[in-house]
Design a protein around this ligand. Structure first.
Ligand code: SF4
Length: 318
């Protein structure tokens, strides 16, 4: 039986203990795909609150922080948010799993899309918190530059520094369809550069994007493997209310991937992935009334059971 290298197995082998991610959301952060710098409306599936438990209040446009701004009126609040959200997450994880060490996960929106001095202050604040061993920074490949990568490289000398990029698909027609706001070339350039800086890359792939065949999904995976990403998060595309995708779904223009198709694609994908790539996620869902479809994406433990059982039948232990 092949053991898939999960994040848990990776951290236990490296440090001898479990490491848990604490997701945080920063007031004033936005995304160039939402604020109009690149496009408006965001990726068609994006309702940011749907994947961020800490973001309880939608930012209004006037609260957005311009990345070119020389000043940042939110900085003190943002620094407080980092510590309060971390402490809250740590408390829950410590109680539930007896967790001892943590990575602060800058999850919502685009977490390199802010003035450089702000980013430095927030990252360094997070790294200064008790029991934090590193950062995971969710961002876009069109929102990094040499200055930020060089700086993150210096942090990575004694901390776990991960950059999370959405690849989603290596087909430009798909990226256009989901209003991604950057092309495949941009993604290739900046993932290669990030790797050249010696930083760890976690790439996100979505299976079931509009009009994608299984071959296209696996082509995206092949490119991620060729790019030598360090880790992958794979999940199905599901539709939540208040998104552009919901409108397409209601018009009958989008049919979500079935559980059977998803698991079949996932088994093929995991069979292709070399054992040194860490698999941080193999599915996703949302268990509240914002989910429109597919229903199988509602109950995470049921999804995980089906996936684990199917993997076992194919000789893989997740
Ligand atoms: S890049 Fe992320 S935050 Fe920005 S619109 Fe797309 S999903 Fe939303």
């Amino acid at each position: 039986m092949r053991e898939i290298l999960t994040a848990g197995r990776y951290f236990r082998a490296k440090y001898g203990f479990n490491v848990y991610k604490v997701p945080i959301s920063i007031l004033g952060f936005t995304c160039p795909n939402i604020d109009g710098s690149v496009t408006k409306g965001g990726c068609t599936f994006c309702e940011n609150e749907s994947f961020s438990p800490n973001l309880t209040k939608k930012s209004t446009k006037k609260e957005y922080l311009n990345p070119n701004s020389k000043t940042n009126p939110y900085l003190q609040n943002q620094l407080l948010q980092v510590s309060s959200q971390y402490n809250q997450g740590k408390k829950v994880l410590s109680k539930k799993f007896n967790a001892k060490k943590f990575i602060v996960y800058f999850q919502s929106f685009t977490n390199t899309y802010a003035p450089f001095e702000t980013l430095k202050a927030l990252y360094e604040k997070a790294l200064s918190l008790e029991d934090v061993i590193g950062l995971s920074i969710g961002t876009r490949t069109d929102c990094v530059d040499d200055r930020i990568l060089e700086y993150l490289k210096t942090l990575s000398h004694d901390k776990e520094i991960w950059i999370e990029y959405g690849i989603q698909s290596v087909y430009d027609e798909t990226l256009k369809k989901i209003n991604r706001g950057h092309d495949v070339e941009n993604m290739l350039t900046w993932i290669k550069k990030t790797k050249e800086y010696g930083l760890k890359v976690c790439a996100h792939l979505i299976f079931g994007l509009p009009n994608e065949t299984q071959k296209m999904m696996l082509d995206s995976l092949k490119v991620a493997i060729d790019l030598k990403v360090d880790s992958l998060k794979i999940h199905p595309l599901y539709v939540t209310k208040n998104t552009a995708l919901a409108i397409e779904y209601k018009k009958g223009n989008f049919t979500p991937i079935t559980q059977k198709e998803y698991i079949d694609t996932l088994i093929k994908a995991l069979s292709m992935i070399p054992n040194n790539i860490i698999i941080q996620r193999v599915t996703a869902g949302i268990d509240d009334n914002s989910l429109l479809s597919p229903a199988w994406c509602r109950v995470k433990h049921a999804q995980m059971k089906s996936i684990k059982d199917a993997l076992k039948e194919h000789g893989m232990l997740y």
